[in-house]
Structures are given as structure tokens and as C-alpha cells.
Ligand binder design. Structure first.
Ligand SMILES: [Fe+2]
Ligand SMILES: [Fe+2]
Length: 426
């Protein structure tokens, strides 16, 4: 465009003076001359992406950085990507010291997408003094959106990793082999939740493969995940599930996800001690959360895509049943809960009513045999393992010949130690 006609157009709009001024002086940040800082800005050290919160047409990504940075996600239906997703609130794109996230929207069901994170280290001293490094590109990963009409489904559940790196690496290896459509972290991934560094090490940088980047991951929340001063910030890694729901926004880890004929429900059993326990000094309010979850569970099991699922698997950290009538029910000051009686009383009638077939739990650090359904409890309770070498297990679920098969594998021994079959709900 030639300058004269351009100014003529602006003049007709009364904007010529503004255009001249814009050419006279453009505000900009000063050049970066500090070589040390430039090097640091170019190395924000992003973690691998944690893919999560899938909905019918969207999915979210979170990752960590080691210095203040901005970031976004490039995505598309081919490795050429072509679209950008940025997290933006109130006109401000995300900029954070440790955690970045983005939500990809406009997805179609049963479709494979490619994506990568892009991280840009920044030193933001004040407006007018901001230095930005070169963009750092993550590897291109893929994910496939769920298809409710598919007749297959594959998922993986594990718990109680407690920052045990060899266990996490064994899980990553098996998940990369099995290629489930989603993974459920069924609680106690941290030894109490004290800092961002600890959470990054125990979750985002626990294993160096894309095991949580190529499929959505969910967290159910274990007692140790709720403990410690940083527990309130864990949602920077596992983003809050129901944040836009006026009624259930405080249920940060509750989820329901339908893959093929299987619906997976995530429930949060909270701490393994009562709210009045002195160790909490009044900082816990899990009972209200358990009550609210009973309502959420009823509504969720009635959602069309969940109600129509032939199989429903629930996952929660603390068991909802104990064979031993004297086992600690989580309502006393002594010791810790072997099972969660309050959750069992609130949720079992709903689980029974909707014929949920199996509840997968953790917490005991002991992969004991499943407890079969009885006259009071319509669901089977299946137990996960833990970080101790002999107890390192993973539960793998898939559809075989029209039935749901849940196999628990001992990763140390390399063998299946439990196998359960479920017929469709009638
Ligand atoms: Fe644990
Ligand atoms: Fe636990």
C-alpha cells in the first residue's frame, strides 16, 4: 500500500494524526544485552505435556517450566499442526513462573490429532521492560478423541506411586506398550504435597516417555495428594475438572469419561482421617465434599452418555469396603482409614442403583484379592498396588468378546495376578 492513499483513507476517518504519531515513536522493550539472561530465557526447561480434561470437543494440556515463561499449544489433524490454542483470561495470555496450560477446542470424536507445546522464557520486570527468549518446541505427540460408538475400549489404572521413580518408569513402559485410551492416577502420587518441585518430580518429570502426553490422564486424589501446604495448588498440574459448573466446581478431581462401551467415574475419598483430627488443625472439610459427591454421582450416572454405557468402572483411592468388620473406617482419631465408611454409606446406594460393576481402589499398598459383590454391594472391589517393589502393579482394562476384562499385572514379576470378567449392565 502506498503511503499517500493510505493516509488519505485515514484522513477520511479522522485518524491521520494518530497514524503519523505511530510512525514517530513506537514503544518497545529495550534490547537484551545480558548474555547470561539470554541463555536462561532460551532454556525454560519445559516438562512433557500432561494431556487431560477431555470433553466431547475439547482437551487441555498442562506442563511445567523452570523459569517464568509464556506458552501455547500448536495442534492440528496432521503433523503440520496449523492451529494455536492459548490460555487467556481477561485479555491476558498465560504467563507463569512454574506451570502453563492451554485448552484445545473444536475437536471431533474418534479423530487423531497432533500437537506440541511451545514455551517462551520471559523476564518480565515491568511494563516496558520485558525480555523474551526464543520459542522452545516440545515434541509432537498425538491423541485420539473418544468415540462412544466404538465397540472397543482400553484404559489403565494405578495408584500409590509416592514419587517412587522405578515404579513410575515401569508404569510408563507398560502404558507405552499397552496404549490405553486414558490413564487414571488413582491417588497418592506424592508423599504429601509440599512444593511445586516435588509435584513436578513425582508427576510431570517422573518418567521420560510421553505416557501422559498421548492420552488423557485423570487424578482421583489420594490422602497424600490432599496433604501439605502445596495441595491447594496441585490443580496447576491436574487442572480442576468442574471449574465452570456452579454446583460442583469444588469437586476438583471428579470426572466421568466414556470410551467406547465403558464409562469411567472418578471419585475423591479425601483424607484417611476425620475432619476433626488434630493433625489438620481445622484445615480439612472432606465430609462436605463426600456428601456433595453423592449428588454429583447420581447426576453423572444419569448423563445420557454415561447412562447408556454397558460398563461402568469407578475409581477412588481409599477402599469403600472392608471384609474385616473391625477395620479402621476413617472416622476415629487412632491410626488411618483402612476403608472409608462415610463414602461407602453415601455412595454405595447410588453405585448399586446404577449397577456400577467395579470399584478400583488403592491406599492399602497391598494388592489383595478383589472382593466379589454380595447382597448389599452390587459392585466388585478391585485393589491396586504401590511403589514397594513386590507390590508394583497396574490394572489394565479392555473389551474382549463383548465383555470387560480387568487384569492386574505385577510389573516386577511381569505376570498377571488377577483377572476379572464383567458382563454388560442389564
Ligand atoms: Fe499410599
Ligand atoms: Fe493413601
Amino acid at each position: 500500500m502506498k503511503r499517500r492513499p493510505f493516509l488519505g483513507i485515514l484522513a477520511s476517518l479522522g485518524l491521520a494524526a494518530a497514524a503519523s504519531k505511530a510512525h514517530a515513536k513506537v514503544e518497545k522493550n529495550p534490547p537484551l544485552e545480558d548474555e547470561e539472561l539470554k541463555k536462561a530465557l532460551d532454556h525454560p526447561d519445559p516438562s512433557r505435556a500432561l494431556l487431560q480434561r477431555p470433553t466431547k470437543d475439547s482437551i487441555s494440556v498442562a506442563w511445567s517450566v523452570e523459569r517464568p515463561s509464556a506458552g501455547w499449544v500448536e495442534w492440528g489433524t496432521t503433523p503440520d499442526l496449523g492451529n494455536i490454542a492459548r490460555s487467556s483470561v481477561g485479555g491476558l495470555n498465560v504467563f507463569d513462573e512454574r506451570f502453563l496450560s492451554a485448552k484445545i477446542e473444536g475437536l471431533q470424536p474418534g479423530t487423531t490429532y497432533y500437537y506440541r507445546t511451545v514455551t517462551q522464557g520471559m523476564e518480565f520486570i515491568r511494563y516496558g521492560k520485558l525480555f523474551a527468549g526464543d520459542p522452545v518446541y516440545g515434541e509432537v505427540n498425538t491423541f485420539t478423541t473418544a468415540d462412544e460408538t466404538a465397540d472397543t475400549a482400553k484404559f489403565a489404572i494405578f495408584s500409590d506411586t509416592h514419587e517412587t521413580i522405578p515404579y513410575l518408569q515401569a508404569l510408563a513402559k507398560r502404558i507405552d506398550e499397552f496404549e490405553p485410551e486414558c490413564v487414571i492416577w488413582n491417588g497418592d502420587h506424592l508423599n504429601d504435597t509440599n512444593s511445586a518441585d516435588q509435584a513436578i518430580k513425582g508427576i510431570l518429570k517422573a518418567a521420560d516417555t510421553p505416557w501422559n502426553s498421548n492420552r488423557p490422564a485423570f487424578l482421583t486424589g489420594g490422602n497424600h495428594d490432599h496433604r501439605g501446604p502445596w495441595a491447594r495448588k496441585l490443580t496447576q498440574i491436574f487442572l480442576p475438572q468442574n471449574e465452570t459448573c456452579p454446583k460442583y466446581h469444588q469437586l476438583i478431581y471428579n470426572f466421568a469419561y466414556r470410551i467406547g462401551p465403558v464409562a469411567i467415574i472418578g471419585l475423591d475419598t479425601g483424607e484417611d482421617k476425620p475432619d476433626f483430627h488434630p493433625i489438620w488443625s481445622g484445615l480439612s472439610n472432606f465430609d462436605a465434599m463426600r456428601v456433595l459427591q453423592a449428588e454429583w454421582l447420581e447426576e453423572t450416572l444419569n448423563r445420557p452418555e454415561i447412562a447408556s454405557a454397558p460398563f461402568v468402572v469407578a475409581a477412588c483411592h481409599i477402599p469403600l469396603y472392608a471384609k474385616d468388620p473391625n477395620a479402621n473406617p476413617g472416622e476415629i482419631l487412632d491410626g488411618w482409614a483402612y476403608w472409608q465408611r462415610r463414602c461407602a454409606e453415601l455412595w454405595t446406594p447410588v453405585l448399586n442403583k446404577y449397577k456400577v460393576q467395579v470399584v478400583v481402589t488403592g491406599h492399602l499398598h497391598n494388592p489383595i484379592k478383589a472382593e466379589m459383590a454380595d447382597e448389599n454391594r452390587g459392585w466388585v472391589q478391585m485393589h491396586g498396588g504401590a511403589g514397594e517393589e513386590k507390590n508394583r502393579t497396574i490394572i489394565l482394562g479392555q473389551i474382549e468378546n463383548g465383555r470387560l476384562v480387568m487384569r492386574r499385572e505385577n510389573l516386577t514379576k511381569g505376570e498377571v495376578d488377577e483377572e476379572l470378567f464383567f458382563d454388560p449392565r442389564s
